[in-house]
Design a protein around this ligand. Structure first.
Ligand code: SAH
Length: 272
């Protein structure tokens, strides 16, 4: 079976992989190998058709997505499914958006596999909070601005802004804060950061559908973030990045600057 970079995908194994933020160009060669070998691909909502098309013909694609506000599979059902498929002798590719160990519950799934004695391998991916922001023209670190960065989730298990987090400490911490799953609560998050001492005028960018053709970026400030998001009408998935690195977009928004239309017809369509 086709594989160039990884060992053969053995029946009864689960490979827990990250597909990156959306652009298939950000798939690793390892995940590409895995897609060509898997019998079953159990994937999240954030893994789209542009990536699943690399699955071998005949592979079963199973959606096990969880997305705020939509009907979702229970996490326990997903892990049980992975274990059952592996015990049935399938090569099971569990494919998540971004990196499986970054706010993706990959750690929990790996623990369940380990506990059940299922052999598994982890294939890291490009996380949206780094690669996705790069597509938005924001470098997550820059020597002139920050030597630390905080990755934080805007959602707890119940969908609320996590109270267990010390937002004042986060505000005082790294100069750059990247918030995953925070769009719906951006107003509360911004208020807590301002209350914790961040300037109300600090630059913020929201990058929605990062690396996808539908990518949109909104530049705003902490004080104005909730209004700007509502006005722009952007939706999830989106990242929020707070910090002076956002100003670099002016120079570094390579995607916005150099997008080359795919064909004369496409150029015509865009002009229309
Ligand atoms: N494991 C993933 C994160 C899963 S949590 C990773 O490493 O990227 C889901 C959150 O990730 C979304 O709510 C959003 O904040 C972020 N996200 C994932 N893909 C994204 C994309 N293409 N554009 C913007 N945000 C994205």
């Amino acid at each position: 079976m086709a594989h160039d970079f990884l060992p053969e995908f053995r029946p009864g194994w689960v490979w827990l992989a990250g597909a990156g933020p959306g652009d298939p160009a950000l798939l690793t060669l390892g995940v590409h190998d895995a897609l060509r070998q898997a019998d079953v691909v159990v994937h999240d909502a954030l893994v789209g058709g542009d990536i699943l098309r690399f699955a071998r013909p005949g592979a079963v694609l199973e959606y096990a997505g969880k997305r705020g506000g939509r009907p979702s599979c229970r996490q326990a059902d997903i892990t049980t499914r992975l274990i059952d498929l592996a015990r049935a002798g399938k090569r099971v590719l569990r494919l998540k958006g971004g990196d499986p160990f970054m706010f993706g519950r990959g750690g929990e799934e790996a623990q369940a596999l380990a506990g059940a004695g299922i052999p598994f391998r982890v294939l890291p991916g490009v996380t949206a909070g780094i690669g996705g922001l790069a597509y938005g023209g924001v470098p997550v670190t820059h020597r002139d601005f920050n030597s630390a960065v905080t990755f934080v989730t805007g959602h707890d298990a119940g969908g609320e802004v996590p109270d267990a987090l010390d937002w004042a400490a986060i505000a005082r911490g790294a100069p750059v804060i990247v918030v995953y799953m925070g769009l719906g609560k951006i107003g509360v998050i911004a208020e807590r950061l301002i209350a914790g001492g961040r300037p109300a005028g600090e630059p913020v960018a929201i990058v929605a559908d990062a690396s996808l053709p539908s990518q949109r970026v909104v530049e705003t400030t902490l004080a104005d973030a909730a209004r700007a998001v509502a006005e722009a009408g952007i939706g999830a998935p989106a990242l929020i990045v707070v910090g002076e690195v956002v100003r670099l977009r002016r120079e570094l928004d390579w995607l916005g600057r150099y997008v080359v239309p795919a064909s004369p017809e496409e150029a015509e369509r865009r002009r229309a």
